[in-house]
Design a binder for this molecule. Sequence first.
Ligand code: AMP
Length: 557
Amino acid sequence: MNDVIDRQTPVTVRPVSASLDETVRRFADRPGMAFLGRRTTYGELGRQVDLAARGFQQRGVRKGVKVGLCLPNTPYFVICYYAVLKAGGTVVNFNPLYVERELAHQIKDSGTTIMVTLDVQLIYPKIAAMLDSTPLEKVVVCSMADILPTMQGFLFQVLKRADVAAVPEDLRHIRFERLIANDGQLKPVEIDPLTDIAVLQYTGGTTGLPKGAILTHANLSANAEQVSRWVPSVQPGQERMLCVLPLFHVFAMTGAMNSGIQGGAELILLPRFELDQVVKYIVRKRPTLFPGVPTIYTAIIGAAEKGGSDLSSIRCCISGGAPLPVETRARFEQLTGCLLVEGYGLSEASPVVCCNPFQAVKAGSVGVPLPGTTVEVRSPQDPSRVLPPGEKGEICVRGPQVMAGYWQKQAETEQVFVDGALRTGDIGYVDEDGYIFLVDRIKDVIISGGYNIYPRVIEEALYQHPAVAEAVVIAVPDPYRGQAPKAFVRLRDGQRTTPDELKEFLSGYVSKIELPKLIEIRDVLPKTMVGKLSKKELVAEEEAKAAELGGSLDKAS
Ligand code: AMP
């Protein structure tokens, strides 16, 4: 592979919808989206976006108006996202699995007044409950049956009537068909990419309640372009992008949808990750690009090892969101014949900061900064001090993709920037060649008897064991050392081992102080909505156990 990444041309910034308009002009007859057997050309997608944008304008969407999208991956997501932006509004992404308390917090905090959702029992009733208890004024309701191929749509209505939510006919509800029942003559909106807010992306950040990262049109258009430049030998209008990560999450929003549209790729939309379905889709739809998170690639490895599925269409994959074990990368490439590289980012940076060049991967590294991006490592104790190569510290970022700040959170915004650079809350270092290595998140570091233990070091060691499929290490209380590491492990199908054997194995890889005090083998490990292994639930379980133990000791004494 000899494509060289273009670092010379300055990264352009523009309204996010400008790249869709350009793709619609260039590739009107090419497929734009595929969803459960239905295909939409870019020409049709452009038309649907204009109709929906006009419909939003007729209902008051303009600069400053926040429109929530609470949708799984469906054509509605893509259409409404671009329509809101074209109408001049701001998109607020909502996770459809949120409970009412989480939805209410995000609606109130962002000032969302219109929400787009799906007429399914799992989602719609939660949104309906928001109409009387939050600033939410209107709900645009999309019909699930309408986007399924004719026969499936019919069956969905007949057989799964119980899954379809009843939606009242009143002024607060707008059916998607009504939203798009207009002439598509939208009033042109002058967007200033540098100041107009495209998306409020909620994230826990490094601390506290979810906050809205302000992503401007400039931030998002820059990151889509930076990512597009990374992938070698891309053929505009010819690629097929597998979109199985949820589009409401920042990684898929930029890495799959926005960069895919910029390059005229066909977006193959899947509403959730089901291994058999994903494998079937790869075989049938032959995607060429496949952004994912490590747990997804691990699952595909399991399927590929069984054989019988042709996964050879995939050319390039970017893994992000969580550490990609070196073993997983090697095995995935070996089984599929594609290239899998690891990148790194966070909501506050739209999200991609750095990535391994497909042409020059360094094992265990998250790569080098994207064009127009600078990474510096600063002392966690004294953030004004930039550290030399090789020294571990907090990763800080500058670049056109870095957010403007947190929505209506002045104090948190001031804290997250140092001399104009974004503090990521991640510990890492840069080597002499400029490659970035992550060590861990500041908040996950385990302090044991005064030593810093990085859970990731222990996790990487566990992945070296042939029976280990997934591993997570957290801190548990320890009477002598304050904290000690505990590991949770899921084994590969058909494999066996014991905690003692694993400890024995680990002693060859980690120091004595890093050796987990306990190792627990489980059938499943908790994951976030995007499929990252999640520590939160395990930490809460351990805290509850400790509290119970403390309580019974109190009673005994
Ligand atoms: P979010 O804002 O939800 O996308 O989460 C961002 C966080 O995910 C970062 O601050 C990192 O801690 C973590 N993260 C992202 N990419 C990687 C990676 N390749 N390896 C390890 N952690 C990562």
